[in-house]
Ligand binder design. Structure first.
Ligand SMILES: Nc1ccn([C@@H]2O[C@H](COP(=O)(O)O)[C@@H](O)[C@H]2O)c(=O)n1
Length: 385
């Protein structure tokens, strides 16, 4: 590394420390003793929720299916405390929320009044009480570009030449078998859960057999067709500038995910990732996956295991949640002292069949919308910037 690059790195570290100090100061100003930004920076050495070297058995497989399903339905339960604005008869809840982007044709809301109330309450509380929790694949990344499907974290590896042709065919076969099940709204979560565990487990076993090298990941991501949604820069930058923590909770592959956001220059110190991380041997060759498997139907268990993160953010009782599957609604299950939650769901595929269940589950549904325009507008509104 030349001296110019070293200087750049040191400058970056200084800037990041300055930023952390600013966030800590801001947070202390707004709330008692909160140092979430610093805590986040410390916890940046990411691993999945169960930690390195833990049991690889699936969380969902260990919990009863009914617990998982209870989790999913709890997220949809109208009695769940979702807004502190409820029950207040103040005129501020009657204010009209002026967010032009909510009139886009891709936006659907079952209860716009309720969205209005939640947004007003979250704005009144200010950005120091906000945290954002987001899924990654097909939520922060695009579902399609120029009519072609974009890859998930898994697909980025699966498509690449570092996997043998035979293995690629097997992985494709798994995708063709299990993806239709993932998005099939005629099947219950109970029915789908063991099949999802089967998919992830088989795919990870195949990837491990391929002796993937850690050193190859950066190039694989660079050469891939992975694409963050339009407006992603504003999204990440805005959260960083306003010191709002972002938890990316993904059933994808953490090492690949991190590389995607690092190469996009948005892996700021306010970002924490919980995902499936690869375990490399001393020569940098993939030998296993770390910790407990995260798949789309055990995010509740993952969230509940992640209590330390949520405790550090205990004064951030307002949550903006972004997802693309109903299981993503459980990502906030470990949040302590939840006051308000606004959920935004990207409905990318099988739109007609799934529209109603998404409307029943998410506050704001974005139908075939490849951009971050709406979340960005909502963030600007809540943070007042
Ligand atoms: N072998 C696999 C397994 C899963 N997927 C997709 O990954 C997505 C999970 O990631 P999130 O960031 O959305 O939690 C999920 O939607 C699966 O379709 C895959 O492509 N290959």
């Amino acid at each position: 590394m030349d001296s110019k690059k070293r200087k750049g790195g040191a400058e970056k570290v200084r800037e990041s420390k300055k930023k952390t100090r600013k966030c800590v100061k801001l947070n202390q100003h707004h709330s008692k003793g909160l140092t979430s930004a610093a805590a986040l920076e410390d916890s940046r050495a990411v691993e999945n929720v169960a930690g390195a070297g833990g049991d690889r058995s699936a969380v969902g497989a260990e919990s009863s299916v009914s617990e998982v399903v209870a989790g999913i339905s709890a997220a949809r339960d109208p009695r769940r405390p979702r807004t502190s604005a409820e029950g207040k008869d103040t005129s501020d809840t009657e204010q009209r929320v002026k967010i032009a982007e909510l009139s886009k044709s891709s936006v659907c809301m079952k209860e716009p009044e309720r969205v209005n109330e939640i947004l007003t309450s979250m704005r009144n509380s200010g950005s120091s009480t906000l945290q954002v929790i987001s899924d990654f694949d097909m939520t922060l990344t695009r579902f399609a570009y120029n009519g072609k499907r974009c890859p998930t974290c898994h697909n980025i590896l699966e498509n690449d030449k570092l996997i043998s042709e035979e293995c690629q065919a097997e992985l494709q076969n798994l995708l063709d078998t299990y993806y239709p099940i993932e998005i099939d709204c005629t099947r219950s979560p109970e029915e789908k859960l063991p099949l999802m565990v089967e998919w992830w487990t088989k795919a990870h076993d195949l990837l491990v057999q391929q002796k993937i090298k850690k050193a190859d990941l950066a190039l694989v991501v660079r050469e891939s067709e992975a694409r963050l949604r339009d407006g992603y820069k504003e999204f990440f930058k805005h959260l960083n500038d306003t010191c709002v923590p972002l938890l990316i909770f993904s059933a994808g592959i953490g090492d690949v995910l991190e590389e995607v956001i690092r190469q996009a220059d948005v892996f700021f110190s306010n970002v924490k990732v919980v995902s499936n991380y690869m375990d490399f041997d001393e020569s940098g060759v993939l030998r296993a996956f770390k910790g407990q498997l995260i798949h789309i139907y055990n995010k509740r268990e993952g969230a509940l295991l992640n209590t330390q993160h949520f405790q550090e953010l205990h004064s951030r009782s307002n949550v903006l949640l972004l997802g693309d599957s109903l299981g993503d609604l459980n990502m906030s299950d470990g949040v302590s002292d939840l006051q308000n939650i606004l959920t935004i769901g990207y409905l990318n595929d099988k739109v007609d069949e799934r529209r109603q269940s998404y409307l029943n589950s998410y506050d704001v549904v974005l139908v075939k919308d490849e951009s971050m325009e709406v979340p960005n507008a909502i963030l600007r509104y809540i943070t007042g910037h």
